[in-house]
Each structure stands twice: as structure tokens, then as C-alpha cells.
Ligand binder design. Structure first.
Ligand SMILES: Cc1ncc(COP(=O)(O)OP(=O)(O)O)c(N)n1
Ligand SMILES: Cc1ncsc1CCOP(=O)(O)O
Ligand SMILES: [Mg+2]
Length: 284
């Protein structure tokens, strides 16, 4: 497990180079780290082992610079050779005991789970964290049945080790996952497939911070520009961040009154609030 403080590891980004043709993987992940990603996984289902090792070594240099752990998907031997911080194994990958033996007690071993039974078995076996998913159907794991937020609820109630909700999670549905009790989120396409990975990570982090360490604390149903929406924001400032609107020329109307930007950090978003975000359109 090493000396990582899991309280501060809440946003997990996984590489997915097919989602950003023409952009270098290291640049995309660096932007995610600048946006607050707390843990990185190298997942590459097509590279051969030499290439994987090269990628793992270059990612390790980057993650070391940001002080966050690097996990290698599927291959404990590559994790060892690259001096990565751990490995992630799925239910079909097996080899948990061998991975622990190879990497030692100080490295992280994470396990995918799709049911509470698998979660409790991984916890019992000594996993450092588990993945809980896919929460929603996702093109990153096509054909894999979604476990829905029902399993997130079960994990929140029954699992003691850190768990990351994964699968089809975006800033737009994260509040629902947090409301189900998740305190940690993991994403591939929503982050690395975005034009602005940094902004997406900031949006996720704002929701995680607002939800608190047990998840769900600041989840509210509001009317946002006339449509019902679940958000994880206690204040106008947090809402703007979560929606990825920070830095934009924006007016916020809360329950019919314009909220001055200087009081956004204190202006509370209550359950049932009506919020209008009005953008200024640049002109000549
Ligand atoms: C954090 C995290 N959770 C789940 C997975 C999926 O692992 P697995 O089921 O082995 O599938 P592949 O990713 O290997 O296709 C993961 N990689 N990371
Ligand atoms: C690897 C994996 N395991 C369960 S869901 C998933 C894919 C998550 O990717 P995305 O965030 O793009 O849905
Ligand atoms: Mg796997």
C-alpha cells in the first residue's frame, strides 16, 4: 500500500489513447494532473510489452513530478520494471497473490469488481482499493453490463477499503454517483477524450470536494436553465466550477435574483433552487 494517503486520492484518470488521436498521451495526462487527477493508470490493450514499459517509465516520471501514484493495468511485471506504484487486476486477470508477492506489501494492488460479493472477496484478499463498475454502459468496455448505482450503494454501505466508481462517468452524471455514496470517481473517455482534460478534472474535483469524504453530502436537485438536474454543489462558486464554467463571462441568477460574483463562494445552492446561467456573447 505504501505511504499514500487515500483521503487525498479521489479522482482516478486512466489512459485511453484511442480517444485523443493526434495528441500525445503524456500531454493529455499532464493536463489531467494539472486539473487535479490524484492517481493515474496506464491502460493500453494493444501495445506490446516493450512499448508498454516505455510508456510506463515515461508516465512514472510525470506522475512522480506531481506526487501521485502510477498504476499499470493488467501487468504486474511491467509495474515492477517501471517502478510504478502498483497494478490493477480484473476478475478475469487473476494472479492477485502472485502480484502481491512480486510487488511486495508497499505497492498498490487494485481489483475490479462487479458485485458486492466480489468486493468483499477482494477486500478480504488484501486489495488496496477496488473499482466498482461499470456504473453506466460505456464504449470503453463494450458489451459489459452496467452494475448501476444500486451496486455503488451496496459498496458504500459494505466496503471498508477505498472504492472508485467507474464506467460511463462524466461531470454531468457524477452527482448521481456521489449521491449513491461514492467518494471516489474514475474516468477514461470523459477526461482523455475531452478537448480540455484539465477543465474536466477541475469539474470532477469540485463535485468530489463538495460531496465530502463520504460522498453525497452536497447533492441537490435543482432547476438549471429550466431543466431538472442533480448537482453536487453547496455554493454558486462550486456549481460554476462543476459545470466547467469557471473563467467564463457569466451572470448567475439564483431564485430570480442576480448573484454578484464577489459572493459566489458564500451564496448557498439549496435543494429545489432555480438557477439560470446567462452567458455574455462576445461582440464587436
Ligand atoms: C480502476 C479500474 N477499475 C476497473 C478496471 C477494469 O479492469 P478489467 O476488468 O481487468 O478490464 P480492463 O481494464 O483490463 O479491460 C480498471 N482497469 N481500472
Ligand atoms: C476499464 C473499465 N472497467 C470498468 S468500466 C471501464 C471503462 C471506463 O471508461 P469510461 O470512463 O470511458 O467509461
Ligand atoms: Mg484487466
Amino acid at each position: 500500500m505504501g505511504n499514500w494517503n487515500w483521503d487525498n486520492i479521489r479522482l482516478y484518470v486512466i489512459t485511453g489513447e484511442n480517444y485523443h488521436p493526434g495528441r500525445a498521451m503524456l500531454d493529455v495526462i499532464e493536463q489531467a494532473l494539472q486539473g487535479g487527477a490524484d492517481i493515474v493508470q496506464l491502460r493500453d490493450k494493444t501495445a506490446d510489452k516493450d512499448e508498454l514499459l516505455r510508456k510506463a517509465r515515461s508516465l512514472k516520471e510525470l506522475t512522480r513530478h506531481f506526487g501521485v501514484p502510477l498504476i499499470v493495468n493488467d501487468y504486474p511485471d511491467i509495474a515492477k520494471l517501471a517502478d510504478a506504484d502498483g497494478v490493477h487486476l480484473g476478475q478475469e486477470d487473476g494472479g492477485f497473490a502472485e502480484a502481491r508477492e512480486l510487488l511486495g506489501p508497499d505497492k498498490i494492488v487494485g481489483v475490479s469488481t462487479h458485485s458486492i460479493g466480489q468486493a468483499l472477496a477482494a477486500q478480504e484478499a488484501g486489495a488496496d482499493y477496488i473499482g466498482v463498475g461499470p456504473v453506466y454502459p460505456t464504449g470503453t468496455k463494450p458489451g459489459r453490463q452496467a452494475v448501476t448505482t444500486a451496486y455503488v450503494r451496496e459498496a458504500a454501505a459494505g466496503v471498508r477499503i477505498p472504492f472508485f466508481a467507474i464506467g460511463g462517468i462524466t461531470p454531468a452524471n457524477a452527482a448521481e454517483v456521489l449521491a449513491a455514496g461514492a467518494a471516489r470517481l474514475c474516468a477514461v473517455s470523459a477526461i482523455v477524450g475531452s478537448d480540455n482534460p484539465r477543465r474536466v478534472c477541475e469539474a470532477f474535483k469540485a463535485q468530489l470536494t463538495a460531496a465530502g469524504e463520504h460522498g453525497g453530502a452536497a447533492v441537490r436537485r435543482i432547476q438549471l436553465n429550466g431543466a431538472e438536474r442533480t448537482v453536487a454543489a453547496a455554493t454558486v462558486e462550486e456549481l460554476v466550477l462543476q459545470l466547467g464554467q469557471q473563467g467564463k463571462r457569466l451572470l448567475v441568477e439564483l431564485d430570480g435574483a442576480i448573484v454578484d460574483r464577489s459572493v459566489w463562494p458564500e451564496a448557498p445552492i439549496r435543494e429545489g433552487a432555480s438557477v439560470e446561467l446567462i452567458h455574455f456573447v462576445g461582440g464587436g
